[in-house]
Design a protein around this ligand. Structure first.
Ligand SMILES: [Zn+2]
Length: 213
């Protein structure tokens, strides 16, 4: 009788350990409904890039919320690192997505440059596996279907350095990418952003849906 109790106890411990190890390796994270974490770049005192009184943080938030609505309409669970004009640390954004076990993290920004350059580019971690590159490419393909100047491609690492990364890409546990939705410092790109706003929101959402379904 005593021996049997020990056996049952060991069985329970072994089962619990197995489940814990499986959880640690993310065996359960890919199951169930996809959960997308949308990250509107900058916010609050951090306005991001600026052009003629136009702040990147505002464009980012507006587009992020529009994408989120479309995703929700399509049955995708959406969480946000910010939904208002507030400052959130980069580490906090990544930690939030990790804690909530998001399945895909998409950061939305607008680009800036000294020269009059144009177009969309998407950044992924320099060590991202190919399937993660494909997820970013899905979004870019959909944006290109609408058209946004010249496509600048899916890029690895950080602007000017392939050996470093955007923190939201390197500190997130799940596949992630950072969308630079045209140059806020280029008038033509701002016009495109405003004129095709709904189409771009649709395009980004469609690309995300294709990646998480
Ligand atoms: Zn930015």
């Amino acid at each position: 009788m005593r021996k049997k109790t020990v056996k049952i106890f060991l069985l329970i411990v072994a089962t619990a350990l197995t489940v814990f190890v499986m959880w640690q390796f993310g065996v359960f994270s890919g199951t169930g409904q996809p959960k997308v974490c949308l990250d509107a770049g900058h916010g609050g005192s951090d306005v991001g890039a600026e052009y003629g009184g136009r702040y990147e943080k505002d464009d980012n938030l507006k587009l992020t919320l529009a994408v989120g609505e479309i995703l929700k309409d399509n049955g995708i669970k959406v969480i946000y690192t910010r939904k208002d004009d507030e400052f959130v640390e980069l580490e906090e954004r990544a930690a939030y997505a990790n804690k909530r076990r998001a399945t895909f993290f998409v950061s939305i920004h607008r680009n800036s440059a000294d020269a009059n350059v144009s177009g969309v580019e998407i950044w992924i971690e320099n060590t991202a596996p190919l399937f993660e590159e494909k997820m970013a490419q899905n979004i870019l393909d959909k944006i290109n279907e609408v058209g946004y100047g010249s496509s600048r491609g899916v890029k690895r690492g950080y602007q000017g350095s392939t050996s470093s990364n955007y923190l939201v890409n390197s500190a997130t546990d799940m596949p992630s990418c950072l969308v630079e939705m045209g140059f806020i410092t280029t008038q033509k790109d701002n016009e495109l952003f405003d004129e095709n706003f709904e189409e771009y929101a649709e395009a980004i959402a469609e690309g995300i849906i294709e990646s998480v379904k």
